[in-house]
Design a protein around this ligand. Structure first.
Ligand SMILES: Cc1cc2nc3c(=O)[nH]c(=O)nc-3n(C[C@H](O)[C@H](O)[C@H](O)COP(=O)(O)OP(=O)(O)OC[C@H]3O[C@@H](n4cnc5c(N)ncnc54)[C@H](O)[C@@H]3O)c2cc1C
Length: 485
C-alpha cells in the first residue's frame, strides 16, 4: 500500500487527504499548528477566553468543489444557505413612508437615509434571474443601471476570458459611471477577490461575474458556516478523515523534504523524526515552500518565482455588544469602510457576560495599515450606529481587529504566470494550495480544487488515474445565447 504524506492541514491538504484516502492508500496529514484549517481557522481570544474565527468565511453556489468537499466530509449541515444577499445603501429616493409618518421611531430597522436591498433570484432563467433585484437598487440612477448592463454584457463575452488588462482601466474604457464603479463593481469584486480594482485582472473579474451572477441561477447563493471553523475542520473533518483511515497529526511541523537520487524519500519533522513516503503533497503557503526543498530545487526559477507572488490583506473587526445591534443575519454595506457585517449570535464576553457578537469584514484593507485598533473599532461602530437605530445606546463590551496580511493572492496578471501547476520539479512531490494554477482565485474553492488536482496527480503517479475535480455549474442556454459565455 503506497504511503502518501500531505504537508499542511489547510483546505488544500484536507481536500487532498479526503480524495486519496478512498483509494486504498496510507495517507498521513501533517500540520504544524494544533488546529486544522490554516487560513480558515479559529484561535483563542485572550480577552474573552473564547475560540473565535480568524475571519468570517463564506462561499457561493459556484464553489462546486468546496461544496463537494463539505458533502463528502459530512459538514454541509453546518453551512446555512441565505435566502438572499442583503445590501444596505444610501436612499436616493428619500425616507420610506414609515419614516415620513414616524421620523424618530426607534422601531425602524434602518435610519431614514439608508435602504435595504435584497438580492435574490426571480423565476427568470439565468442570466436574467437577478435582473429585477438589480433594477430595484435605489443607490443607482437608471443611467447607471443601463451602463452597468452594457458593462456586464461586455465583460461576460468569452473573447475576454484571457484578458490581462487591469480592471480599473477596463471600467474607464467601458464608460462605467462613478456610481456603478463604487457601488457595484468595487463592492462585488473587492469582497470576492480581496483586492482593489487597480490590482485585479479583467479575466478574474469576469470569472466572478460570470460564475456567480450570470451563468447559472444558483451561482450567487451565499453559504455561511453556522459553527466555528475550528469545529468544522479541527473536530469534524479531522474525525471523518481519521474514520476513513487517515493519520491526522497536528503539531507535526515538517522541516525538510528528504531526497535520494532526485526522488523524495520522506520528510524530517521539526523534532528530528523521519517519516518515509512514496508520494508527497506540499500543501503549505507558497512562501513556505522553498525552505522545505533541497537547495538545488529551491534555486529553480519556478520556486524562486513563488517569492514574487503578491498577497492582499483582509481585516476582521470583532465586536461584542450588550444587545443586538442589527435585525439581519448578514449585510453588505455600500460606500462604507465596513464591507460585510455578520451576526455571529450570542457569545461569551469578558467578565462572564453573555454578549451579541458581530464580525465586520474589510477586504484589501491596506488603508488600515498603521492605524490604532481603537480608531478602527470606533469608525466601524459609528458606521453601524449610523445605519441601525437599534445600535444606538448599545454598549460595546469588547472589540478587536485581526488582520491577515497575506490573506489571499492578489489577482494581478504578473501573479498568474508565477502560479505553478500541481507537479513540482521533484517527480514524486505535488503542489497544492490556493496559490497554485487552478484557474480560480485564491479562495476556499481554489484551495479545495488544488487539493483535488494534487490528488489526481498522485493517483496518476501511482498508476490509478482518477478524476476528483468536480464540474462547474452548467451555463444556462439563455446565457450562452445572450452573452456568448
Ligand atoms: C481573513 C481571511 C478571510 C478569508 N475569507 C474567505 C472567504 O470568505 N471565502 C473564501 O472562499 N476564502 C476566504 N479566504 C481565503 C481562504 O481562507 C484561503 O484561500 C484558503 O483557506 C487557503 O487554503 P490552503 O490550504 O491553500 O492554505 P492554508 O490555509 O494557508 O494552509 C496551509 C497549512 O500549512 C500549514 N503549514 C505551513 N508550514 C508547514 C510545515 N512546515 N509543516 C506542516 N504544516 C505546515 C499551515 O499551518 C496551514 O495550516 C480568506 C482568507 C483569510 C486569511
Amino acid at each position: 500500500m503506497p504511503d502518501i504524506l500531505i504537508i499542511g492541514g489547510g483546505l488544500a491538504g484536507m481536500a487532498a487527504a479526503a480524495a486519496l484516502v478512498s483509494g486504498g492508500n496510507r495517507v498521513t496529514l501533517l500540520e504544524s499548528r494544533p488546529r486544522l484549517g490554516g487560513r480558515a481557522s479559529s484561535f483563542v481570544d485572550q480577552t474573552t477566553g473564547t475560540t473565535i474565527d480568524n475571519c468570517q468565511h463564506v462561499n457561493l453556489g459556484c464553489c462546486t468543489n468546496f461544496r463537494h468537499f463539505c458533502d463528502v466530509t459530512g459538514i454541509s449541515d453546518s453551512l446555512r444557505t441565505e435566502p438572499s444577499m442583503t445590501f444596505i445603501g444610501t436612499n436616493r429616493r428619500g425616507p420610506d413612508l414609515y419614516f415620513r409618518l414616524f421620523p424618530n421611531s426607534i422601531l425602524a430597522p434602518l435610519q431614514p437615509s439608508f435602504r435595504t436591498h435584497l438580492l435574490c433570484a426571480s423565476p427568470l432563467p439565468a442570466p436574467l434571474h437577478l435582473l429585477p433585484s438589480f433594477a430595484r437598487l435605489s443607490y443607482l440612477t437608471w443611467y447607471d443601471k443601463w451602463r452597468l448592463a452594457w458593462g456586464l454584457k461586455a465583460l461576460a463575452h468569452r473573447k475576454i476570458a484571457g484578458s490581462n488588462e487591469i480592471m480599473s482601466d477596463w471600467l474607464r474604457r467601458h464608460r462605467q459611471t462613478p456610481n456603478t464603479i463604487q457601488r457595484v463593481w468595487q463592492v462585488v469584486l473587492v469582497s470576492a477577490l480581496s483586492e482593489s480594482l487597480d490590482r485585479i485582472a479583467v479575466k478574474d473579474a469576469r470569472k466572478v461575474f460570470v460564475d456567480a451572477f450570470l451563468a447559472n441561477r444558483h451561482g450567487w447563493e451565499l453559504q455561511i458556516p453556522t459553527a466555528p471553523l475550528d469545529t468544522l475542520y479541527t473536530q469534524r473533518v479531522a474525525t471523518w478523515l481519521r474514520g476513513q483511515g487517515t493519520d491526522v497529526r497536528p503539531l507535526a511541523g515538517v522541516s525538510r523534504i528528504c531526497m535520494e537520487n532526485d526522488r523524495a524519500t520522506g520528510v524530517e519533522l521539526r523534532d528530528g523524526r523521519i517519516l518515509l513516503a512514496d508520494e508527497i503533497i506540499l500543501a503549505v503557503p507558497s512562501f513556505s515552500v522553498a525552505a522545505l526543498l533541497p537547495e538545488h530545487v529551491a534555486a529553480l526559477p519556478v520556486i524562486q518565482g513563488l517569492k514574487e507572488l503578491e498577497w492582499a490583506p483582509i481585516s476582521s473587526v470583532h465586536l461584542w455588544f450588550d444587545r443586538p445591534i442589527m435585525p439581519l443575519p448578514h449585510a453588505t454595506l455600500v460606500d462604507r469602510l465596513s464591507q460585510w457585517v455578520f451576526d455571529r449570535e450570542v457569545a461569551d464576553a469578558p467578565g462572564g457576560e453573555v454578549a451579541n457578537y458581530y464580525q465586520v469584514v474589510i477586504s484589501a484593507s491596506r488603508e488600515l495599515e498603521g492605524r490604532e485598533q481603537s480608531d478602527i473599532i470606533r469608525d466601524v461602530v459609528n458606521e453601524l450606529t449610523e445605519i441601525w437605530p437599534m445600535a444606538q445606546g448599545a454598549r460595546l463590551i469588547n472589540g478587536r481587529v485581526v488582520t491577515e496580511h497575506k490573506a489571499c493572492l492578489s489577482m494581478l496578471p504578473q501573479n498568474e504566470s508565477l502560479r505553478p501547476g500541481s507537479q513540482s520539479p521533484i517527480a514524486n512531490v505535488s503542489f497544492a494550495g490556493d496559490w497554485t494554477a487552478t484557474g480560480w482565485p485564491s479562495t476556499m474553492e481554489g484551495a479545495v480544487r488544488s487539493g483535488y488536482l494534487a490528488a489526481e496527480n498522485v493517483a496518476q503517479h501511482l498508476g490509478q488515474p482518477k478524476r476528483f475535480v468536480q464540474p462547474d455549474l452548467p451555463v444556462s442556454w439563455l446565457a450562452r445565447v445572450l452573452l456568448g459565455i
